[in-house]
Design a protein around this ligand. Structure first.
Ligand code: SF4
Ligand code: SF4
Length: 93
């Protein structure tokens, strides 16, 4: 059996994920409605692209989106307990 170093590199991906800005795929953009946010950070926990950051949870800072990496899957909006994240069509931005 071949090792992974011996397998031919496929066209799927041959660079690490920092070089693959998945935001370019996005059709729907999550937009925070700050006044609804209760700082539970569930959105931050569930994002599969680590596209949400929280600068200071102790000071209840708002989550911040990195749109270079958010691919618009909508999981953060689905899981938000307060409907504080609205998915908007990218063309409307
Ligand atoms: S899941 Fe919703 S309420 Fe919780 S931090 Fe994220 S946006 Fe705010
Ligand atoms: S839409 Fe998906 S990829 Fe974008 S921030 Fe929410 S969970 Fe992450």
């Amino acid at each position: 059996m071949k090792t992974y170093q011996e397998i031919t590199i496929t066209p799927i991906n041959n660079v690490d994920s920092r070089a693959v800005k998945t935001g370019a795929w996005r059709t729907w953009r999550p937009v925070l409605i700050p006044e609804k946010c209760i700082h539970c950070y569930k959105c931050w926990k569930v994002c599969p692209d680590v596209a949400i950051s929280v600068e200071s949870p102790e000071e209840k800072s708002l989550p911040v989106w990195d749109y270079d990496y958010c691919k618009g899957c909508g999981l953060c909006a689905f899981e938000c307990p307060k409907d504080a994240i609205e998915m908007q069509r990218e063309v409307d931005q």
